[in-house]
Design a protein around this ligand. Structure first.
Ligand code: RIB
Length: 298
C-alpha cells in the first residue's frame, strides 16, 4: 500500500450553482447552494485514500463549527489526523465557490491554514521519513511549503508540489521537488514568465521535472528526455472543482508504476472527479478508474 503524507489546506467549501458567473456589480439568483468539505490538502488526502493509499494529513483547523465537520469527513475516509492542529480563536479555512457550466470561480479565506507553520512540518518529520511520497500545495504559508520540500528532500522522499494558487518561487525550492504539477498559467507565474509563452518552452525552462495539466486536453510530461502527451478522457463535466487535486493524488498513488502509467491513471481519475458536484463528490475508487481506462481502450 502506498503511504503518503499530505501537507496542506482544509476548507469548508460554500458552493453556489448559478446559470452564469455574476459580472462586477451584478446580483444574481443562484440555482442551488451546498456546503461541502474541501481545501486542496484535504481533497488530495481524500482522493489518495479513495484510490487505496495510506494517508497522513498535516494541516490546521480553527475552533469554529466547521472544524469538527471537516475533521470527521477526513477521518471517515480513513485518513490519519494526528498532525492536524487545532488553532484557538481562529476560523477554519473557507472557500466561496461559484459553479456554472462545469467551470468554477473560487475565493479562499485561509483562516487556520495560514497558521500551519514549519514547526508543524518538523513535528511530522518521522512520518515524512517513512512515506513513499509527500504532496504539498500552496494554500498554506510559503515558509511551510519550503519546510516540507526541505524535510522530504533531506529524507530522500519524493515531493509532488502542486503550485496552486501559484506565486513565483525561488529556483532553489523548485529544485527540491521531484515533480511540479502546474497548469500553463501557474507555470508561467512560478517562473515569472509570460503566460502566453508556448507551454513546451515554459516546461523546458523549469528547473525541475514538470507534469503540466491542460484540463480536458490531458497532461504533458518528459520521459527519457522526450516530451510525452497523455490525452484527456471524455466525460460530461458537472463541476471541475477538485479535478487538479484528484490528478495530484492519483499521480502520487500510482507513481511506483512509472510516470507514464501514473499520468494516465491521474488523467482518468481527474476526469471522473468532474462528473459530480463538489470537490470530493466525483473522486473515484480504483475500480472506476480501471473501468474508464478499459472503456477508452475498447
Ligand atoms: O482545488 C479545489 C479546492 O480549492 C476547493 O475545495 C477549495 O477549498 C479551494 O481550496
Amino acid at each position: 500500500m502506498t503511504r503518503l503524507v499530505v501537507v496542506g489546506s482544509i476548507n469548508m467549501d460554500l458552493v453556489t450553482v448559478a446559470r452564469h458567473f455574476p459580472a462586477p456589480g451584478e446580483t444574481l439568483l443562484g440555482e442551488r447552494f451546498l456546503s461541502v468539505h474541501g481545501g486542496k490538502g484535504g481533497n488530495q488526502a481524500v482522493a489518495a485514500a479513495r484510490l487505496g493509499a495510506e494517508v497522513h494529513m498535516v494541516g490546521a483547523l480553527g475552533d469554529d463549527a466547521f472544524a469538527q465537520a471537516l475533521c470527521d469527513a477526513l477521518a471517515a475516509e480513513g485518513i490519519d489526523l494526528e498532525h492536524v492542529a487545532r488553532i484557538d480563536h481562529c476560523s477554519s479555512g473557507t472557500a466561496a465557490i461559484t459553479v456554472s457550466g462545469g467551470e468554477n470561480q473560487i475565493i479562499v479565506v485561509p483562516g487556520a491554514n495560514a497558521r500551519l507553520t514549519p514547526d508543524h512540518v518538523m513535528n511530522a518529520q518521522q512520518l515524512i521519513a517513512r512515506a513513499d511520497a509527500v504532496l504539498v500545495q500552496m494554500e498554506i504559508p510559503l515558509e511551510t511549503v519550503e519546510a516540507t520540500l526541505r524535510v522530504a528532500h533531506d529524507q530522500h522522499v519524493p515531493v509532488i508540489l502542486n503550485p496552486a494558487p501559484a506565486q513565483p518561487l525561488p529556483t532553489e525550492w523548485l529544485q527540491l521537488a521531484r515533480y511540479i504539477t502546474p497548469n500553463q498559467h501557474e507555470l508561467a507565474t512560478l517562473l515569472c514568465a509570460d503566460p502566453s509563452e508556448d507551454f513546451r518552452r515554459l516546461m523546458r525552462r523549469a528547473p525541475c521535472p514538470v507534469v503540466l495539466t491542460r484540463g480536458a486536453e490531458g497532461a504533458w510530461f518528459r520521459e527519457e528526455g522526450e516530451l510525452q502527451h497523455q490525452e484527456g478522457f471524455t466525460v460530461e463535466a458537472v463541476d471541475s472543482t477538485g479535478a487538479g487535486d484528484t490528478f495530484n493524488a492519483a499521480l502520487a498513488v500510482f507513481l511506483h508504476e512509472g510516470l507514464p502509467i501514473a499520468v494516465r491513471k491521474a488523467c482518468a481519475a481527474a476526469a471522473l472527479s468532474v462528473t459530480r458536484l463538489g470537490a470530493r463528490g466525483g473522486m473515484p475508487h480504483p475500480a472506476e478508474v480501471d473501468a474508464l481506462l478499459a472503456r477508452q481502450h475498447s
